[in-house]
Design a protein around this ligand. Structure first.
Ligand SMILES: Nc1ncnc2c1ncn2[C@@H]1O[C@H](COP(=O)(O)OP(=O)(O)O)[C@@H](O)[C@H]1O
Ligand SMILES: [Mg+2]
Length: 230
């Protein structure tokens, strides 16, 4: 299918440095990559190699010093802050290592909150949130608060929140970093299922090599560079 081969994200000659106490840290060095629509990509490498910086640059949360990022056909290195936040709100679902749930809200409220402001009716918001919770096998926990949930359950709420607005891309930075092996498998299997069922592009950042089996493509980084794509 031609559509599935479309390029979703392209990074061209990206460089980014941080300066700290007189020292220069080359966080991203001559990065070139392409992520196809519907692809499941793992970005892999040791702590400090630039994985999070790369993810932030690909989503426009951070700007490169040089180079271009084409996200869904649009050069986001040139976009205004307004445009960038709209792209993130509409096209990207974020998953965080520490879940980033609001403790005062229930599971379903955490998910619904992502849709605001919205033109959807209350009924539609509820229907979508219930469907998302069902997708991550967590409907029976819908009225629980984060403190009542295990790490794996919290991350499944995080996944439901990441898909509620039907994004084109899911970006997950060490999504299983705080999870036990069983919960890790559950979360990865769910990500893979979402990827397959909805053709959502998924990029998972991790230093754990045993997760490689989930990927269509593995981008290996070291010291700010891509050292291998396989
Ligand atoms: N805001 C920042 N200021 C200074 N240095 C930073 C900043 N963010 C990241 N770095 C440095 O850039 C390098 C890459 O960091 P990061 O992308 O977080 O790596 P990873 O996610 O692979 O662990 C590291 O050396 C880190 O210390
Ligand atoms: Mg990181």
């Amino acid at each position: 299918m031609v559509f599935a081969k479309d390029i979703m994200i392209e990074a061209i000659d990206i460089n980014k440095e941080y300066r700290r106490a007189g020292a220069i840290i080359r966080a991203l060095v001559d990065i070139n990559l392409r992520v196809k629509s519907g692809e499941f990509v793992i970005v892999q490498g040791p702590t400090g190699c630039g994985k999070s910086t790369l993810l932030n640059v690909l989503s426009g949360l951070d700007l490169p010093d040089s180079g271009r990022v084409i996200f869904d056909g649009e050069n986001i290195a040139r976009a205004t802050e307004d445009r960038l936040s709209k792209i993130r709100r509409q096209k990207i679902g974020f998953v965080f290592q520490d879940y980033n749930l609001v403790n005062s809200l229930t599971a379903i409220e955490n998910i619904e909150a992502l849709l605001w402001p919205t033109v959807l009716s209350n009924k539609e918001i509820e229907n979508r949130s219930i469907a998302a919770l069902r997708d991550v096998n967590l409907l029976e926990r819908k009225d629980h608060h984060p403190v009542q949930l295990s790490g794996g359950e919290k991350q499944r709420v995080g996944l439901a929140r990441a898909i509620i607005h039907r994004p084109r891309v899911i970006l997950a930075d060490e999504p299983t970093g705080n999870l036990d092996p069983e919960s890790e498998t559950h979360v990865m299997e769910l990500l893979k299922k979402i990827n397959k069922d909805t053709e959502t592009t998924v990029i998972v950042v991790t230093h754990r090599t045993h997760l490689n089996k989930y990927a269509d493509k593995i981008i290996k980084m070291d010291k700010g560079r891509i050292i291998k794509i396989e």
